[in-house]
Design a protein around this ligand. Structure first.
Ligand SMILES: [Zn+2]
Length: 133
């Protein structure tokens, strides 16, 4: 299964499967869950969230993407335009990962507070919460 990058200024309202839309101007990427469930996956590009590498042809994202908020509970990596599926996590494992992520995020924001103004949450971040990631 492949996913190809499409660098855009604005995130389109209608998303196509197999494309990850990346907007550097709003530091966000969005794609449809590769399982086919149509969940919109928002991955903010941020030191505490996701980063990507682009070699001119293929895109890789880090860390992995876990669609914990959707029924499918998909978990996969995007590596060189390929979806690499992880095994399915149990609910208790997912809860552990989410607690860990929250802890890491709050540590990150504590650390950044002294250094620069922390960005206000934008609509992508709120959407992310809505998606449940
Ligand atoms: Zn899905």
């Amino acid at each position: 299964m492949t996913i190809v990058p499409n660098f855009v200024d604005r995130i389109p309202s209608k998303l196509e499967e197999g494309i990850i839309y990346i907007s550097v101007s709003v530091n966000t990427a969005i794609h449809l869950c590769p399982c086919g469930c149509k969940t919109e996956i928002v991955t903010p590009i941020d030191p505490s969230e996701w980063n990507f590498t682009y070699d001119g042809e293929t895109i890789s994202f880090s860390p992995s993407v876990g669609v914990w908020g959707a029924k499918c509970k998909s978990h996969y990596w995007i590596k060189r335009n390929k979806i690499e599926w992880s095994r399915t996590y149990s609910n208790s494992e997912i809860e552990e990962v989410r607690i860990q992520e929250r802890r890491e995020n709050s540590e990150y924001y504590e650390e950044m507070k002294g250094r620069r103004q922390v960005k206000n949450p934008n609509w992508f971040r709120r959407l992310l919460k809505f998606v449940g990631l």
